[in-house]
Structures are given as C-alpha cells and as structure tokens.
Design a protein around this ligand. Structure first.
Ligand SMILES: Nc1ncnc2c1ncn2[C@@H]1O[C@H](COP(=O)(O)OP(=O)(O)OP(=O)(O)O)[C@@H](O)[C@H]1O
Ligand SMILES: [Mg+2]
Length: 297
C-alpha cells in the first residue's frame, strides 16, 4: 500500500439496521448480557454484541467507558458478574487467559507488558511459552527449550524482522522506545498464530515516525486473514483503517456501524468526538509532511 492511500474497506458486515447489538453475517465473537461491576460502579453492561470475522473493528468511547474491562473479560483476564460469550461458536465463559490464547484469541495491553530485563528475543519466546500456559521461570531454565526452542526462535526472528526489530533482538526490552514496545507487543501476540487479535490502544504514546508503521501492521493483520478488534482514541486512525466501529459509553454499547456513518451520529459527536474529527489522518501522523518531502526530492 502506498503511503496515503485509503485501504480497501470490508463492507456488508451486518444484517438489517446498523444499531447497537445488530447481527453480523459472519460473527467471530458473540457476547450476551455481559456485566461487570466494581463495588457500586458498573464498568461493563453489554446486552448483545457481535464482532464480525475477517474485518477490523474499532472499539471507541470516552475514558472509563469500559473498553479495557470488556477486553479483560473477553480474554479471561477477569471474570464478569453475569453473561456469556463465544468465540467461533465455542463458549469462552470461565476459560482462563492462556487457554483463550491457545484457541486463537490474543490481546495486547494498554500499558505494554514487555518484560524490561529480558531481551527482545526472550520476550518473543515467552510470547509463545506464556500463552502455552507454562510458567515464566520454568521457561527460563536453561535446557528447558530443547528442540521446540529452535522452531520458536525461527518464528520469533521472522516476526522481529517483519516488525523491523531484528537488530534489537539482543537488547533489553527496557531500551526500546514506547513505539517499539508497542511493536514488540504486537509481534509477540502473533507468536501463537492467532485468528483474532485484540489491541488495546496500539497507537497511544507512539511518536509520528512509528505511527505509520503501526497502522500498516494492523492493516496487514487483516490482509493475512486475521480479525482485528482494537481500542483507539485517535479518530483519524479509526476512520482510516476500521471497517466497523462500536461505540461504548458508561459500560454500554451506544452505537455501531461503518466509521463514516457512526462518526456522523450527533450523539457520538457530542459524547466523544469533539470538534476536530475531520482533520486528515496524514496531518496527524506526520505522514503528509513526509510524502511532500519525498515528492520534492
Ligand atoms: N480493577 C478495577 N477496580 C475498580 N474499578 C475499576 C477497575 N478496572 C476498571 N475500573 C473502573 O471501571 C470503569 C471502566 O474502566 P476501563 O479501564 O474499562 O475504561 P476504558 O474505556 O478502557 O477507559 P480508557 O479509555 O481511559 O482506557 C472506570 O470507571 C474504571 O475506573
Ligand atoms: Mg482502557
């Protein structure tokens, strides 16, 4: 894809009217009556939500809307008070996070979880081990890896190359920039060949030089056949790459639809988007400057 081209959107995802809880033609995740409270606070209260397969869905909403909590519930990092949900038709209620990952559903964290005092390569290897449900300590004992280790390492290096981190493989993760950590986390999530990749604010804290590359990596996940669900506050990124947008507020799904439609809904603009939602993505990410510089060469 050339730098400023709008990626091809996947359409025809839903059945009937685009409204909260609407059915999808080919849902990957189906969520029913999932509720989570913390003390007196209802963090998540989702009646029905379907995430379409093979598409990029953005989950947006103001701070505290319940986006991260919903991610935690869906991936087994936390358990709801009530509710059920299924992934590719299999119920995931009560399934622990490592098993969820083994089944093909992985997530990254809003605050990156790279282990600072391990090398980039070891972080990648643990991505595979971690999600296989083995303890970090066991995995670090010399000799534990044996034959399996070779395959894991080959795969890790392949991914590091794809994410342009291969030169950093022997460096401690602590030495990476915020953006590189985000890349490492995304690369690590791919160690188990997932079918659904859930990214919690992949662009937060990333400087413009890496924004473009992260954005293309997300698009490439879809190109490679994966389904993506991502939380993001950068509306330009959402508009640019999402095929479908789900809006949450106060724990509930309040709107959903294709980005251009949802972002024009007055309630969504009032609640969340504010005044600057029409600025071009290229300006925000610094890409337009780069493109102009290249043209003037
Ligand atoms: N472990 C917890 N204990 C108590 N309250 C919590 C906990 N986790 C989340 N909350 C509360 O639940 C609500 C939803 O939080 P959550 O982190 O899911 O929001 P979010 O949509 O991800 O917000 P942001 O955009 O700021 O990341 C917030 O009011 C938050 O303070
Ligand atoms: Mg969050």
């Amino acid at each position: 894809m050339s730098n400023n081209e709008t990626p091809q959107k996947t359409t025809g995802l839903h059945i009937g009217k685009a409204e909260p809880g609407c059915k999808k033609n080919d849902p990957m995740l189906v969520i029913d009556h999932v509720k989570k409270t913390f003390g007196g606070l209802t963090a998540v209260d989702v009646e029905h939500l379907e995430i379409p397969k093979g598409a990029i869905t953005a989950l947006i909403g103001p701070n505290g809307a319940g986006k991260t909590t919903l991610f935690n519930l869906l991936t087994g990092f936390d358990s709801p008070d009530t509710g059920t949900w299924s992934f590719l038709g299999k119920s995931l209620s009560g399934i622990p996070s490592f098993k969820v990952a083994q089944m093909g559903q992985v997530r990254t964290f809003q605050l990156t979880k790279a282990l600072s005092l391990l090398t980039v390569l070891d972080n990648m290897k643990l991505g595979a081990k971690d999600q296989a449900g083995e303890s970090i300590w066991k995995a670090l004992i010399p000799g534990f890896w044996k034959k399996q280790d070779k395959d894991i390492e080959v795969k890790a290096l392949e991914l590091l190359k794809r994410f342009k981190l291969e030169e950093k493989q022997a460096d401690f993760a602590a030495s990476l920039s915020g953006g590189q950590r985000k890349l490492l986390e995304m690369a690590r999530a791919l160690m188990t060949d997932p079918v659904l990749v859930m990214l919690d604010e992949p662009m937060a804290g990333v400087n413009p030089a890496l924004t473009q590359s992260l954005l293309e990596h997300v698009l490439n996940l879809k190109k490679d056949g994966m389904t993506v669900l991502f939380v993001e506050h950068d509306m330009h990124m959402v508009r640019h790459i999402a095929d479908w947008v789900v809006v949450m507020a106060e724990g509930k799904v309040v709107a959903e639809g294709p980005p251009d439609v949802v972002m024009k809904e007055q309630a969504v603009i009032d609640a969340y988007l504010g005044a600057h939602q029409d600025t071009d993505l290229g300006v925000v990410t610094g890409r337009i400057d780069t493109i102009n510089e290249e043209k003037n060469k």
